[in-house]
Design a protein around this ligand. Structure first.
Ligand code: GLU
Length: 441
């Protein structure tokens, strides 16, 4: 059987880091097995789904290099869901119910007051045909609920291990709304079966859904796929991230200059017992990927980690991979290699190469301590005009040392600050070699 996974976002907003975790896990599982990865757009809600979000989802995944074998849209599969609904009706597992949200709320409050779990009481199952007809005449179509079999639902979860959920503790799920809209719980079951999904990996907020979906699949005579539920992300202090996910969209991270590979390496490893590895691409990342290394505890995510991880990615990147960025920064093509080779070790966002190029091209505003002013004036007088070469720095510092008697840190540090305007940066020999203008006070 071909390993087949899917990532199933609803196109109702932009993807965020939480979604990415799900997408990546499913992608890596399929990739490792040489299987199939499907992008499924859960767009059955016509009011909230938007084509521009569907486009944005694909764009964000493409930015990360997460490719898919095909796209499926739930909105194009409504006939299949209607057939499944008929099959559930025929099997006696589907019933219509007419309670209003307010009535349901009241029931729940009563149950809670009596110390009972707020599970739907199945009052609709006790309605006579006459009562149903009267409700239909008065309130129109009802919602359709799946009648759970009150037994324990058990499965071995790929991350959480052996799980057992008492179906009696769960309300019979609504699968079709009063307006006829098929809900995700049913659509997903039909899709997973029709599309031959072998592994479903999603967030642990779906555990109860999985329990009910296992029963729906059985009622439709479908075999259930393997399920795994990854933990949800929290902030660095363990605080809930769900409310902040809006600010952690993939587009925002991209705009902030986060390197795709840094994000992917991080996401493939946080929450697992494995260290972040220096995988060069998704293929390499998939080789070491294994769900069994992940735990059930909430996973801490700190967006600040992505800066250092991006810097690490840039350090290994060849100039050929950033030619567009180098051109955008104004670096002439013949200097692309050397400028990048020097700049890449000193940046955490590729756009920062523009700052280093500006420095090499125009020079910097010197950073000079009051007590070093005369020293720097003397040193600059000893520097010839460009072009400079590999040996300029050594020759110049030797001349300055001979003239001033300074050596070591008191010689090199003031020169670095005067030439680059910064306290830190690349080897000065490299800076001098690339410098296009003579520095002046
Ligand atoms: N559209 C669902 C969601 O985004 C998919 C869940 C699933 O993977 O089954 O939560």
């Amino acid at each position: 059987m071909t390993v087949t996974t899917r990532f199933a976002p609803s196109p109702t907003g932009y993807l965020h880091v939480g979604n990415l975790r799900t997408a990546l896990f499913n992608h890596l599982i399929a990739r490792k097995a040489g299987g199939t990865f499907i992008l499924r757009l859960d767009d059955t809600d016509p009011e909230r789904s938007r084509p521009e979000y569907a486009d944005a989802i694909q764009e964000d995944l493409e930015w990360l290099g997460i490719t898919w074998d095909r796209v499926e849209k739930q909105s194009g599969r409504l006939d299949r869901y209607a057939e499944a609904a008929d099959a559930l009706r025929a099997a006696g597992r589907f019933y219509e119910a007419w309670e209003t949200p307010t009535e349901l709320d009241l029931k729940r409050k009563k149950q809670l007051n009596m110390g009972q779990p707020p599970v739907y009481d199945r009052a609709a199952l006790k309605l006579s045909e006459d009562e149903k007809a009267a409700l239909r005449a008065e309130r129109g179509a009802g919602v359709w609920r799946f009648k759970l079999d009150h037994a324990r639902i058990e499965w071995t979860d790929g991350i959480l291990g052996d799980l057992s959920i008492d179906a009696a503790s769960v309300s019979d799920p609504v699968l079709i709304r009063a307006d006829g809209q098929v809900l995700y719980t049913l659509a997903s079951v039909v899709d997973d079966t029709d599309m031959g999904i072998t592994h479903v990996v999603r967030g642990s907020d779906h555990v109860t859904n999985t329990a009910t979906q296992i029963q729906i699949m059985a009622a439709l005579n479908h075999e259930a796929p393997a399920f795994a539920h990854h933990s949800l992300l929290t902030g660095p202090e363990g605080e809930a991230l769900s409310k902040r996910l809006g600010t952690l969209s993939l587009r925002d991270l991209r705009a902030a200059g986060v390197e795709p590979m840094a994000l992917l390496r991080h996401m493939a490893r946080i929450g697992s017992s494995q260290p972040v590895e220096v995988a060069a691409d998704l293929d390499e990342l998939s080789e070491g990927f294994d769900l069994s290394h992940f735990g059930s505890a909430p996973t801490k995510f700190d967006v600040a980690d992505l800066g250092a991880l991006s810097a690490r990615v840039l350090q290994d990147m060849p100039a050929t991979a950033v030619m567009d960025d180098l051109r955008a920064a104004g670096v002439p093509d013949d200097l692309a290699e050397p400028v990048w080779a020097v700049a890449r070790a000193n940046i955490s966002r590729r756009a920062e190469v523009a700052d280093w190029w500006a420095l090499f091209r125009d020079g910097a505003t010197p950073l000079v301590a009051e007590e070093d002013r005369d020293f720097i004036a003397e040193a600059f007088a000893l520097l010839p005009d460009p072009p400079y070469s590999d040996t300029t720095w050594a020759e110049w510092t030797t001349a300055v040392k001979d003239a001033t008697g300074r050596k070591g840190k008191t010689l090199f540090m003031p020169l670095r600050k005067a030439v680059t305007g910064r306290e830190r940066g690349p080897e000065m020999a490299d800076v001098m070699r690339l410098l296009q203008v003579k520095p002046k006070l």
